[in-house]
Design a protein around this ligand. Structure first.
Ligand SMILES: Cc1cc2nc3c(=O)[nH]c(=O)nc-3n(C[C@H](O)[C@H](O)[C@H](O)COP(=O)(O)O)c2cc1C
Length: 153
């Protein structure tokens, strides 16, 4: 069974809704060949990456950068997975008050250093909160899981 790892920082009720939407999408009832593991970045570590076949990351933008929690996860995991996980399919959603570009750039730079491969374009959810953000994250997670099950990522 393939495994999709979802690592998402959720410091607010809105971002918690996004993480729940990611879980809903990834655990869509039509997808039964994928095991889904969901963790907060501070609870996750390199072993979780070593044991997954794709990763979906979720973060807020704070002070023009990814959340400290996601950065800490990368700090603890980078060299431990560098050799083994090259080509790992990944995706990202960013919840930002108004921007998100600094976060996108920073994660893209780390993903490039790790030689992971973008399975989907990073998704930035910025501006005033919209319930439609949940639909977008759910769709992203469902696409990741379905692609993994189909063997196309
Ligand atoms: C300390 C702090 C710094 C923030 N910095 C940024 C920022 O640089 N750019 C941005 O677009 N949003 C920024 N925000 C807004 C957060 O991204 C946003 O509040 C968070 O994603 C939670 O979304 P929500 O308010 O819909 O729950 C910041 C929020 C906090 C608390």
């Amino acid at each position: 069974m393939k495994r999709l790892l979802i690592i998402a920082h959720a410091p607010s009720s809105n971002t918690l809704k996004l993480r729940q939407a990611a879980e809903r999408g990834a655990r869509h009832p039509d997808i039964d060949g994928v095991d889904v593991l969901i963790k907060a970045p501070l609870d996750a570590g390199p072993k979780d990456l070593l044991n997954c076949d794709a990763v979906l990351m979720g973060t807020t933008e704070n002070l023009g950068y990814m959340s400290g929690a996601l950065k800490d996860f990368f700090d603890r995991s980078y060299y431990a997975v560098l050799e083994e996980k090259q080509g790992l399919p990944c995706a990202l959603y960013i919840r930002a008050g108004l921007d998100g570009t600094g976060t996108r750039r920073a994660v893209e730079s780390i993903v490039s250093g790790l030689a992971w491969s973008w399975a989907q374009e990073p998704l930035t959810l910025h501006g005033e909160w919209q319930d439609a953000f949940c639909d977008q994250v759910e769709e992203l997670a469902q696409t990741m899981a379905a692609s993994l099950e189909a063997g196309i990522i």
